[in-house]
Design a binder for this molecule. Structure first.
Ligand SMILES: [Zn+2]
Length: 73
């Protein structure tokens, strides 16, 4: 295997934009609480209150502006 320059850093998916992001030094210690890839996504909540929701809400958040679902296998 070649071209592996990533370390074994944990990954998550942003709760807002859904993009995967990797562990960062600044998140050391709070990684468990990190849910957004950036402060911007953190501010931009899709309607949900900041409080931790006990129930697992699996909503499909669709952005009307960026509607790019042209994926073909
Ligand atoms: Zn994000």
């Amino acid at each position: 295997m070649k071209g592996v320059k990533k370390h074994n850093l944990p990954e998550k998916n942003c709760a807002t934009c859904g993009h995967p992001f990797v562990w960062r030094k600044k998140w050391e210690g709070v990684w468990d609480e990190v849910k957004y890839c950036s402060d911007r996504c953190r501010m931009k909540k899709p309607g949900l209150p900041e409080s931790n929701s006990a129930a697992k809400t699996s909503r499909d958040v669709v952005n009307p502006a960026t509607h790019e679902t042209s994926r073909e296998a």
